[in-house]
Write a protein that binds this ligand. Structure first.
Ligand SMILES: NC(=O)c1ccc[n+]([C@@H]2O[C@H](COP(=O)([O-])OP(=O)(O)OC[C@H]3O[C@@H](n4cnc5c(N)ncnc54)[C@H](OP(=O)(O)O)[C@@H]3O)[C@@H](O)[C@H]2O)c1
Length: 289
């Protein structure tokens, strides 16, 4: 923890990546947007991928204003609507025209609040989207972009999982399972492609302020997305798996230190607390209407 988060970290990412461009999926909000800005600050040109062209244009403009030497491209693509690799093909062709040094598989969706599988609102419609968006893009983009990295013997792939992908978290069933896939998939890539010069990192954050978490007020344990991304990016090259941020690492390591029944007890208590707070918020909103 001290080496990762407290000592100065000076990894030259551009030298490690040996490619000018970084791709970020889910780049118009939250953690993906923060990664995009931080990577631009570190000298990468950025390809932003999200659903909404207006939001993409806004983020592109903001990055170009802040970092005038950085080039930004945008691709509007709704990952929920595409399940065949042929539908990804035009995007792959566009991306493979560029020298991609880094791929950040960040896009992910969840549900409004944790609940039992059968109680999730509109679950039967929502679950396919969660399964597709959280698992398919990371798989296909990696398979499409990694060959050029292997050819150059350099490159960085960062897969954003979640603490719910490390510990099976009650009431987050579908989301937690898809995030476990992201970690497992990253482990497999490292086993299948060792010594190819490609760094595969999986990041498993706890709560970060964002639309997805619905947390607005940052604190030591719930950082804003910029603080989180800056911290997580500076762990690249130092570790293959981490939560990405010291406040989260303390939570993750504490859960490992205590006996599992105690860890489960505290995690479950926290999740039920989040559910109760969400239901109170919903009731307030319904009253306000
Ligand atoms: N925030 C947390 O507490 C937390 C904790 C652990 C892990 N994570 C993980 O971190 C990642 C980012 O989460 P976040 O909190 O930053 O989420 P967020 O604020 O909701 O941002 C999600 C991004 O993904 C894009 N997006 C959503 N659905 C899409 C789709 N179908 N196709 C293409 N783009 C789509 C959104 O842009 P458009 O709406 O413009 O498409 C937005 O840019 C996720 O993988 C999440 O599971 C987050």
């Amino acid at each position: 923890m001290i080496r990762l988060y407290l000592l100065p970290r000076n990894v030259d990412l551009r030298a490690m990546a040996k490619g000018e461009w970084a791709i970020v999926t889910g780049a118009t909000d939250g953690i993906g947007k923060a990664y995009s800005f931080e990577l631009a600050r570190r000298g990468f040109n950025i390809v932003l991928i999200s659903r909404n062209q207006h939001k993409l244009d806004d983020v592109k403009r903001d990055i170009e204003e802040k970092y005038p030497n950085i080039k930004v491209k945008t691709i509007a693509f709704n990952f929920a609507n595409h399940v065949k690799s042929t539908e990804y093909q035009p995007m792959f062709e566009e991306l493979n025209q560029l020298e991609i040094g880094m791929l950040v598989n960040n896009v992910g969706i969840g549900y409004d609040y944790p609940d039992n599988l059968l109680k999730i609102e509109d679950g039967l419609n929502l679950f396919p989207d969660i399964v597709i968006v959280n698992m398919l893009p990371v798989t296909l983009l990696t398979a499409a972009i990694m060959p050029q990295m292997i050819k150059r013997c350099a490159g960085i792939i960062v897969n954003i999982s979640s603490i719910t992908g490390v510990y099976p978290m009650t009431l987050w069933g579908v989301y937690s399972s898809t995030k476990a896939y992201v970690n497992w998939f990253s482990d497999m890539l490292r086993r299948e492609y060792p010594n190819k010069g490609v760094t595969i990192q999986s990041i498993s954050p706890a709560l970060v302020c964002s639309n997805l978490s619905k947390k607005k007020r940052p604190s030591f344990f719930i950082p804003d997305a910029d603080t989180f991304a800056r911290s997580a990016i500076s762990t690249i090259g130092l570790t293959e798996k981490t939560s990405g941020y010291i406040g989260h690492q303390i939570q993750t390591d504490m859960a490992k230190l205590v006996p599992s029944f105690l860890g489960d007890f505290f995690l479950d208590r926290k999740v039920w607390e989040i559910r109760r707070a969400a239901l109170r918020r919903k009731a307030r909103e319904a009253k306000g209407k």
